[in-house]
Design a binder for this molecule. Sequence first.
Ligand code: GDD
Ligand code: MN
Length: 362
Amino acid sequence: MLSVVLPTYNEKENLPELLEKLRGILQGLPHEVIVVDDNSPDGTWKVAQEIAAQQENVRVIRRVGRRGLSSAVIEGFLAAKGDVLAVADADGQHDLSLLTKLYDAVKGAKVGIAVGSRYTEGGSVGQWDERRHMMSRIATSLAMRLCRVKVTDPMSGFFAVDRVAFEEILPRLNPMGFKILLDLLVHAPAGLTVKEVPFTFGVRTHGESKLSRRVQVEFLEYLYDAAFGRIIPLTLVEYCVVGVLGVVVNLAAYFAIEKVMGESSATFLPALPVLAGIEAAIVFNFFLNNAWTFAYAKLCGLRAVTGFMKYNIICAFGALANFAVTTFLYGNGMSVIVSLAVGAFLGMIWNYTIGRLFTWNV
Ligand code: GDD
Ligand code: MN
C-alpha cells in the first residue's frame, strides 16, 4: 500500500483539485492520502476535513502551534499505514503521475528511497527565474559536498521511501526546516539504495512559496553542523560572535559612563565605569544568546529571570578566570595583548560551556 503525505500551509485553493487528480492517478493502486496541515490561517485543514469526510482513504492531521515542512512530513509518515511512504508538494509543482513509478521502484525494485529529481538527466527546474535557480544550485552543490550524498537533487520535496528504512533512520532525523530528504540520505545506513526519477518542476497553481529566509538560514546552519559541527559546534561559533559584540558593548558603556561621571568617577568610584561596562556586556550577551545562539532552548518569562541571574554568577567566575589567566601570563613575560586575548578567550569558553549546561540546560 502507498501512503502519500501532503504537507500543507495555506494551500486552500490548491488542495481540492490536487486530491482529485491524485484519485485519478492512483486508482487501481491501494493507497491512502494524509494531509498534514499546520492550522493554516486560510483554513486549508477545513477544506481537507470536508473532503476526508467524503473519501475514506483521505485523512487530515491538523497540527496546532507547530510549523515546519520536515516535521509535518515525519508526522504524516508516522501516522501512515502503507509500506511505501511518499511525499509531494500540495501546490501542483510535483508531477504526481510519477508517484506510481516511485512506488514501483521502492516496492518492486526494492530501492530504499526513490527521488523525484530535477537535476538528474531528463529532469528540469522548469520556469524558475535565474535567482532562484542559482540559489538552488548553490544549495544543492553545498549539500552534496558537505553532507557527502551522491543524489543530484537531495533537496527535492518529492520522493518515496521504504517504510522499514524510514523507521530505522527516524531516531536520527532533525525535524527543522525543509530538508527532510537530505536528512534521510545523510542518516541512511550504508547499504541503502537510492534511485532518481527525473521530472520537470512545475509552476505553483495558486498561492506562494513558504521557503522563507528563516528556512534558508536554518539550512545553512544544518550544513555547517553536518560538515564541521563535530569539531566546533555551531552554538560555540555563534557564542563567540556574540562575545565579540559584547566586548564592543562593554567598551561603549565604559566610555559613556566615564564621560557622564567626569571627574567624580576618578575620585569617588573609580571602579564603577568598569563594572557597569562589564554588566552591560553580560546583559547584552544574555539576551542575544537567548534569542539567537540558544534560540532552540530559549528561556521565557520567569525562567529568563532566573536564567539571567545564573548567567551573571557564571560570568563572574568567568571574569575571575579571565583575570587570573591574564595576570599569570603577563607576569610570566607574555605581551599585554596576548595575555588579554588568551584570558578573554578562556573566560568565554568557560561562560559558554557552563552557561550552556546550567543557564540554557542543553
Ligand atoms: N504542514 C506544513 N507546515 N506544510 C508546509 C509548511 C509548514 O510549515 N511549509 C511549507 N509547507 C508545504 C507547502 O504548503 C507545500 O505543499 C509544500 O510544503 C512545499 O512548500 P512550498 O512553499 O511549495 O515550497 P517550494 O515549492 O518553494 O520548494 C520546493 O523546492 C524545495 C527545494 O528547492 C519544495 O519541493 C521543497 O520541498 C524543496 O525543498
Ligand atoms: Mn512548492
